[in-house]
Design a binder for this molecule. Structure first.
Ligand SMILES: NC(=O)c1ccc[n+]([C@@H]2O[C@H](COP(=O)([O-])OP(=O)(O)OC[C@H]3O[C@@H](n4cnc5c(N)ncnc54)[C@H](OP(=O)(O)O)[C@@H]3O)[C@@H](O)[C@H]2O)c1
Length: 376
């Protein structure tokens, strides 16, 4: 490999989009022992890229502190991007060279204890391994032409029928959705309410819960309703129309067994009482507001459970890779951008006027037409 420098979007500190600099003089990283070097072909945008850039995760003793997901500021400079697919171009010592040239999907999560990580932990519980690092947060990620990663986090998807752009949609959105459904132990025939249903995690939740045989009610907006139904929702409730709890009760025709929530804020406060006795509310995010109030009586009198969920376990990711290899999932790409237009991609993401994922392409692949250019 002769290339010494690469194009990358470098985050220089917590703050606004101006802290993100697209440079073409970033040294290509070298794979250390046990690592592979991957030429990135596609990298999807997530809400966490924006929150991590802003340092919007807070700290347990100060919800307004500027911090990454671990409650401390990141180390800078940092290359973000946790949703990565690409081709292995070099390996470090101790890695079988047979992987060179293979198309790989990267597991963005690293765990503290590799032996536990190998367990078949399909039903998540207290034995889950501890998440210690996420690609693009504690280590450089895929908003660049190249990235290095531990070889066991690079999964061969060469033979998947999915495109690189589709594969890039999977790790964070589908991984997180899988983790939520597993931790809430969603079963066939249960009624599951999905909030933020047209977003990255939401649409994955709709698809995966439907695939498990659950009856999916989706909270969404009028513009996104058709796409959410196509993904598998049997009912949609529009959040921009009145009396949302009543319409959910009507659609559910009975208790809601599980709420899979990415919104928090007003959604949590208004909809928590809709859960069945013994029902499960699983949360992974809070796009509306992370700070909520809860009448504890609504929790304990009905033996409801509140479940926090972050990302997936290694075993859950391996099953996701298997689904990708066999084309059993159908991730939706809303739009693609060259890496040099990362600021536009993040602005469009924040606008929320899309269904599915926005994907950055570091190489010279064909991207979606630039709407700004088309309109002059
Ligand atoms: N813990 C983890 O491991 C993990 C991993 C990934 C993401 N997350 C978190 O999960 C959340 C969603 O992430 P994402 O990438 O799916 O984001 P996203 O693509 O922006 O989706 C969020 C969706 O929520 C809905 N929404 C937005 N603002 C709302 C509001 N004020 N009230 C009600 N609904 C609203 C919209 O869907 P509709 O128009 O359909 O309503 C939007 O598409 C974020 O908080 C993110 O940080 C956590």
């Amino acid at each position: 490999m002769t290339q010494q420098h690469m194009l990358a979007a470098v985050l220089t500190g917590h703050g606004g989009p101006e802290r993100l600099e697209v440079r073409d003089d970033v040294p290509v990283p070298h794979p250390a022992r046990g690592e592979v070097l991957v030429e990135v072909t596609a990298a999807a945008v997530n809400n966490t890229d924006l929150w991590t850039r802003e340092g919007a995760y807070g700290r347990e003793d100060d919800p307004h502190a500027v911090a990454g997901w671990q409650g401390v500021p990141l180390d800078f400079p940092r290359i973000q991007g946790g949703d990565v697919v690409g081709v292995v171009t070099a390996v470090g010592d101790g890695v079988d060279e047979a992987i060179i040239g293979r198309r790989v999907l990267l597991d963005p999560t690293r765990y503290a204890d590799d032996s536990t990580a190998d367990a078949d932990d399909s039903t998540a519980d207290a034995d889950e391994p501890t998440l210690v690092a996420v690609l693009g947060s504690e280590q450089d990620g895929g908003f660049a032409e190249y990235v290095v990663i531990a070889a066991d986090q690079a999964h061969d998807v060469t033979d998947s029928p999915l495109s690189d752009e589709q594969l890039a949609c999977l790790p964070i959105a589908y991984g997180t959705a899988t983790g939520m459904l597993e931790r809430a132990q969603v079963r066939a025939d249960e009624t599951v309410l999905v909030t933020g249903a047209s977003g990255g995690v939401g649409l994955a939740l709709v698809q995966l819960a439907h695939a498990r045989g659950a009856h999916v009610i989706a909270l969404t907006t009028a513009d996104h309703e058709a796409a959410v139904r196509d993904a598998g929702a049997s009912h949609t409730v529009l959040r921009d129309e009145g009396s949302i709890p009543d319409r959910i009760r009507e659609a559910a025709e009975g208790p809601v067994a599980v709420v899979a929530d990415v919104v928090g804020g007003w959604v949590f406060e208004e909809l928590f009482p809709l859960l069945a006795t013994g029902g499960r509310w699983v949360t992974c995010g809070a796009v509306a507001d992370p700070l909520v109030s809860l009448d504890l009586r609504t929790l304990y009198l009905h033996r409801r459970r509140l479940i926090g969920s972050t990302m997936h376990t290694p075993a859950q990711f391996r099953r996701l890779v298997d689904d990708a290899r066999h084309g059993r999932i159908d991730p939706q790409v809303a739009r693609t951008y060259p890496l040099t237009r990362i600021h536009a991609a993040q602005a469009d993401f924040a606008e929320g006027d899309h269904v599915g994922k926005l994907v950055l392409l570091p190489g010279d692949r064909t991207v979606s037409p630039d709407p700004a250019a088309a309109t002059g």
